[in-house]
Write a protein that binds this ligand. Sequence first.
Ligand SMILES: Nc1nc2c(ncn2[C@@H]2O[C@H](COP(=O)(O)OP(=O)(O)OP(=O)(O)O)[C@@H](O)[C@H]2O)c(=O)[nH]1
Ligand SMILES: [Mg+2]
Length: 610
Amino acid sequence: MYILKLREDIRNVAIIAHVDHGKTTLVDELLKQSGTFSSHETVEDRVMDSGDLERERGITILSKNTSVHFGDTKINIIDTPGHADFGGEVERILLMVDGVLLLVDAFEGCMPQTRFVLKKALGLKKKVVVVINKIDRPGARPAEVVDEVIDLFIELGADEDQIEFPVVFASAKEGYASFDSRDREGDMRPIYESIIEEIPAPKGEVDEPLQVLFSSLDYDDYIGRIGVGRIERGTVKRNQQVVLCKADGTQQNVKISKLYTFEGLKRTEVESAGAGEIICVSGIADINIGETACDPEHVEPLDFIKIDEPTISMNFIVNTSPFAGREGKFVTSRNIRDRLFKEVETNVSMRVEETDTTDTFKVSGRGELHLSILIETMRREGYEFAVSRPKVIFKRDEKGQLLEPMELLVVEVPSEYVGTVIEKLGSRKAELKDMSAHDGGATHLEFSVPSRGLIGYRSEFLTDTNGNGIMNQIFDGYEPYKGDIQMRERGSIVVHETGESNAYGLFNTQDRGKLFIGPGVEVYEGMIVGECAKSEDIVCNVCKTKHLTNTRASGSDDALRLVPPTTLSLEQCMEFIADDELLEVTPESLRLRKMILSKELRLKQQFKNK
Ligand SMILES: Nc1nc2c(ncn2[C@@H]2O[C@H](COP(=O)(O)OP(=O)(O)OP(=O)(O)O)[C@@H](O)[C@H]2O)c(=O)[nH]1
Ligand SMILES: [Mg+2]
């Protein structure tokens, strides 16, 4: 039998987990303790979260590569995003590695995304090392969490080999790890050792014909587009001619002008690299994810896994508000079109479609955060546009039956809120699947709920539980349509005429609901400045000034007590808007508006609809 050689000097590992379970913090520690940084270097926390939005929000959005050395072995590490909306990333990243560290929070235990990423890893037959992290947390329950992980492996149909997983207990934050759950000191050595002993060395012959599978893309202002992939077979050299096999089956002759490997946080240029290595290449202008670079004499493309389909979509529309073009640099249909189509080249689980109207594009993604990150990125780049209410993507089965996306929702709340949560979710067609009480008074609830029903629920949930609840959701396949859901219970407070809001106008409006703006804000007719306490929209004059009389009334404007306005975040705005409303996005402002700005025309439209 022919036995493939192993690259004993390399390990390729991805770190996977539910959001916030400490992946990026663990990478920090693995970098630090392997001596990657010199002693005088100050390294910021979560150094791999290098994007602006990543740092601001404290979440990982794009997976990133790094490497550390332990003894004679180079460990290539890929930090992955934990948020469910970026799950598409994780899946293809797994193709570059031979094993994973599955992190589970010692307090929270297994969460929806733990299940999702573990399922993918097991499905691709990757070796799993379980790391019970945050062991330092008060209330950490490592033994119970290990049991939960075992149950999860069984439930996901792991084979016997897989179930024999090694476990390390760690505090990424405090910088120690141990095979004993009682230890609270030490260093990261047990993690490095587990990687080297448990995760198989990559297989591959350096003398065979070249085959590189690209699973990720990067961009650099100086060198342009960069393909990140793993050498499955052979050796690649700088300036080598290769045949690039595209996803559509076509082939292209290209030259790899430069070649890099990951060393710590940097890309280091190398002359050549052999099977088992993770590399970056530049010089291929239109390289895409899923493509294989082959030796021209042996063109054998590798299979690429199917990326999960989008479940939610919204329209990106040219801004037509009276304030259009004031704040943005890129405002035309052409600008928006080009930017959106550029996005989908690298953002693989996103789709963009043209529509019947040239100024509207339908953008589909894996969830609200997936779309809101794109919106935020574009506005920071100087784009201005409007978006419509996010809608879930329906499908039909073979028999023509309407299907809708479902979510598995896991809620953790103090027991006094259980009633409200169940009731609210019930009206959103959620079905309670599981309920159990934890020590310390928290109740764990699991629901199956239409994705549709969860749009806009998060802020309601936070209010209902006074911020004491945690909710996590994950896409859970398509099911037959569950029937109508009454969406927003309240109407909007709509501006009567264009002008500037003032204290008097706002004072006279604030009893009607919750205001989103304070005085001194420029508004236009048809703009939305608050949520109405009633179920229908009301039109208010927030720019109205007091009639001047000869004798100044005793209470001047200063005496008008205004309730502080509620400022909505981008996600809250997206969740707030109704079907006949839009969110206007510019580099400086987020404005809510009716699609039809004039009250008269809105009434006519309503009349027609009846
Ligand atoms: N107490 C404690 N906190 C930790 C530990 N590890 C990470 N944290 C904290 O948990 C939070 C999330 O950490 P991250 O490293 O960003 O988590 P992540 O898994 O990379 O998150 P995503 O990439 O967004 O999925 C941060 O506030 C960390 O400081 C730990 O071992 N103990
Ligand atoms: Mg992270």
